[in-house]
Design a protein around this ligand. Structure first.
Ligand code: 0O2
Length: 214
């Protein structure tokens, strides 16, 4: 494909990323405006670079004419959450929208089934309809949902992998994996702390009610 063909090919993906970012960000804004807790902390999105698309197509053995079906993450949305439980709230929210403004193709739970690298996140591949100046088009997009700690680890691991061009010595890989486990332990500890604070708050509310009824 020439540069102009690539630009034309990527337009619906760029539009989809922009639309999806607005949609997920607005959930947070809406909930906060009514004083409710938002399971979404922040949202980012990107369209894969042409060089990465070509590299991935080669790796997966996908012909260039099949990239729109063979590569599922040309459009990518990342949703960051404070707690692991929030991830599943967001997943349910996306499932609720299945058949409405998006269609779920499949889901990958890399939290319960974390990768050998230590990578954890919940991935949902969707079909997303988009209106372009050249007519309607349905594209594939990947939504990654993760905690802040999972994102912290994945961002650094990705840049180390990139820097060292995948040639990371085995003992270092092992340490990176241990760091992923430590990040997950931190997530679990934060959830326990949150649970205990909620319990304490409820007990305090019950006691205050009892005292005011005396
Ligand atoms: P980028 O730069 O984020 O776009 P594969 O990539 O072959 O392992 P597959 O089937 O393409 O697997 O999809 P999968 O496993 O769902 O992973 C796709 C994306 O998830 C990756 O995209 C990363 O964003 C993220 N990811 C998966 N595994 C890891 C990992 O071990 N470390 C980090 N940091 N991220 C991971 P890209 O295209 O690799 O990269």
């Amino acid at each position: 494909m020439h540069a102009t063909e690539w630009r034309r090919f990527l337009i619906p993906y760029e539009n989809a990323v922009e639309e999806l970012k607005v949609k997920f960000k607005s959930i947070r804004t809406e909930l906060r405006s009514i004083g409710e807790y938002s399971p979404i902390e922040f949202v980012t999105g990107r369209v894969k670079r042409v060089s990465s698309i070509i590299e991935k197509a080669k790796k997966l053995g996908v012909d260039m004419e099949d990239i729109s079906t063979g590569i599922e993450d040309i459009a990518g949305i990342r949703i960051m959450c404070q707690f692991v439980e929030d991830i599943y709230t967001v997943v349910d929210y996306i499932r609720d929208r299945d058949g409405r403004d998006l269609e779920i193709v499949y889901e990958k739970d890399y939290i319960n089934n974390y990768k050998d690298s230590g990578y954890r996140s919940y991935h949902i591949i969707i079909k997303y309809p988009i209106q372009t100046a050249l007519g309607p088009k349905t594209i594939l997009a990947e939504i990654q949902i993760r905690t802040l700690a999972m994102n912290f680890w994945a961002t650094i691991e990705h840049s180390l992998k990139y820097k060292y061009k995948q040639n990371i010595p085995e003992h270092i890989e092992e340490r990176i994996k241990k760091a992923a486990d430590a990040a997950f332990k931190l997530d679990q500890e934060m959830s326990v702390i949150r649970h205990e604070i909620r319990l304490a708050q409820k007990m305090f509310e019950v006691r205050s009610k009892t005292i005011s009824n005396i």
